[in-house]
Design a protein around this ligand. Structure first.
Ligand code: FEO
Length: 400
């Protein structure tokens, strides 16, 4: 897509990454991801963020053709994570006088990552840099997503360059603007990006949203996903709700099962939920669905149910992986159901209960346990667990 104008003088010159299997070497991206970089051409020229190193060749070609012979005066680094700074080496090689703009933490990380000799300008909160008609203002948003993260606002065009905040998974399908793509269809991937990558940093995201509240925003341009010009407030509202961990009625059951016994228990819990009014009940086998997708569903639903078999005397490894991810995100305020099965070794419920005590979960009883295949009384207990979760969720006194 090369170069797309946002305004007369501001252009998107990002790239679509259709190749990477796992973003951050962790999260599957079957629909890819975009790395958005923006070029402003005024008396002075400035690039805001760059792209991942693998895409430097195409990126440099787009940049040079859009600059049309002008030099590049500034590189503003809103976020130095290498998916946005990997192209710095070719940029520095081609534009040795380009001034790198960032805050103190940015410049410290810049020196750690890249051995380049370009001039740097360390900026602070509310400081301004004028390019001519366009002027940048800088807003520090630490830990949304890294400590150096900041946002850059251009007041004459009312454009906010927001870094990772308001970004999403998914390549840009031809168009880049929210009014020319099916934004509803892209939203699940945007939410998955939030829950996987940004969700750990809910409080910094809320602080960032508070900070930008007074700014009139016509164009909201993040580093991943669509550029919002029709309805910037839509994505701000979504990020606001996700970062406050707002939930809706519904349950996610995630289970690990080697021979189908724990799976039967999961189905009985699901039956208890749906027969008692929880229509939005989803069941995931952790061996089939990557934790990335499960986490995204857990993020927005009121109840979570976890069930596991054992493996080599411990909880099943993929369930343990999901527990560790959940422990790492700081997710809170969900009702929680637990169940498990074992045959000749210790019950997985000890690890599940240990998990339940590490966070502010509301544990709903019972916690059914099967030795070998679940007998009828165990399946009844699973149904009761689903029923109790439904009662708790649908009670008028439910606080979630
Ligand atoms: Fe897209 Fe935090 O980097």
């Amino acid at each position: 897509m090369a170069t797309i104008p946002l305004t007369e003088k501001i252009s998107w010159i990002g790239v679509n990454d259709f190749e990477t299997e796992l973003f951050e070497a962790l999260w599957p991206i079957p629909q890819g991801i975009s790395y958005n970089s923006y070029l402003i051409r005024d008396d002075k020229t400035a690039l805001i963020d760059a792209v991942k190193r693998n895409f430097s060749d195409d990126f440099m070609m787009s940049l040079e053709s859009t600059l049309a012979g002008k030099a590049l005066d500034y590189l503003v680094i809103n976020h130095i994570e290498p998916d946005h700074s990997g192209a710095i080496a070719p940029l520095a090689g081609r534009y040795p006088k380009m001034c790198i703009v960032g805050n103190e933490k940015t410049i410290s990380l810049l020196k750690g990552f890249y051995n380049i000799a370009n001039p740097v300008k360390i900026i602070t909160e509310n400081e301004k840099i004028s390019l001519g008609r366009h002027t940048f203002e800088f807003f520090m948003t630490p830990m949304a997503h890294w400590p150096e993260t900041m946002m850059t606002y251009e007041r004459t065009t009312q454009t906010l360059f927001s870094g990772d905040v308001f970004g999403g998974f998914g390549t840009l399908p031809g168009g880049i603007f929210d009014d020319e793509v099916d934004i509803e269809a892209l939203t699940p991937e945007i939410r998955r990006y939030f829950s996987n990558v940004i969700g750990k940093y809910c409080l910094p995201v809320q602080k960032a949203i508070e900070k930008i509240k007074p700014l009139p925003i016509k164009i909201l341009a993040s580093t991943h996903g669509p550029v919002y010009r029709e309805a910037p407030q839509r994505i701000i509202n979504l990020y606001s709700g996700w970062s406050r961990q707002e939930t809706k009625p519904g349950a996610v059951i995630a289970y690990a099962s080697m021979y189908g016994h724990t799976e039967k228990m999961a189905e009985a819990v699901g039956q208890g939920l749906t027969e008692n009014g929880v229509k939005e009940t989803q069941i995931f086998n952790v061996s089939k669905t990557h934790a990335s997708f499960i986490l995204s569903e857990i993020w927005v639903h009121k109840a979570l149910v976890l069930g596991s078999c054992t493996y080599n005397g411990k909880i099943f490894p993929l369930m343990n992986g999901l527990l560790e991810l959940l422990e790492n995100t700081g997710l809170h305020g969900r009702s929680l159901g637990l169940f498990g099965s074992f045959s000749w070794s210790a019950s997985p419920l000890s690890r599940l209960k240990d998990f339940s005590q590490k966070g502010p979960w509301k544990l709903i009883s019972p916690c059914p346990e099967a030795k070998c295949a679940p007998a009828d009384d165990v399946l009844k207990a699973c149904y009761t667990l689903g029923q109790n979760l439904a009662k708790d969720m649908l009670s008028p006194n439910s606080k979630q």
